[in-house]
Design a protein around this ligand. Sequence first.
Ligand code: 0L1
Ligand code: MG
Length: 261
Amino acid sequence: MNAHEKEELAAFLLEAEEKKQDVVRITAEKRPNLSVEEAYAIQETLVDTKRKQGKSVVGPKMGLTSKAKMQQMNVEEPIYGYIFDDMVVSGDSISMSSFIHPKAEAEVAFILGEDIEGPGISGAQVLGATKYVVPALEIIDSRYENFNFTLPDVIADNASSSAVVFGTTVKKPEELELDVIGTTLSINGEIKDLGAGAAVLGHPANSVAMLANMLHRKGQKLEAGQIILTGGITGAVPVSVGDYVEASLDGLHSVHFSVKE
Ligand code: 0L1
Ligand code: MG
């Protein structure tokens, strides 16, 4: 794939994101044989464009970290994307007009105290390099019609990244047992899904370790100060106007948002 094609496909997805207008997945018409490698190259172009627009990366995120999602997409490895500063929002100000078809998932986010550079990083090393963990509600919003995509499509689309609300409870990782942390996701008081931290690759720290090892293949590392979304402990649940969405994580209290018009 040449530079012009990469830029064209990144611009196609960025326009969909800016206009809140869903599009047909890239592999349906534009590029049926898109490879995972090419998809990350499109994602990199998209990320560079956002940087040139003055946005800055808060941290990378992991996606497809649950067995169910991996089986559904027929993959053995999760994917990553990037969260930007303008995606971090307050739970009081979520407007449906900012999205195409948003879904919420409950996650634990890691705030790194030290750089982490693969290869061969373990979950234990990640815990040693992590300053704090915080609860998070990620709002994913695929730019593709009906969330209909193949693995390369969703990688190119920055792993459906759209917005995130962080909770205010901040804990050191050693204060919690993150693999058994019980989590519920409720809408208007009704539990829609639940899970434990182990749903994320056995332990959310394993997700960060895997991310460090994946980034190493590109000559990149995780950096102190980055906030990393580790992947959904619960499934992703569609949200709509009028919804009060709340994730409760044992020991980390809750994080919530309300959806307005
Ligand atoms: O954060 C995530 O797990 C989303 C990954 C992309 C797949 C999706 O949009 O469901
Ligand atoms: Mg997620």
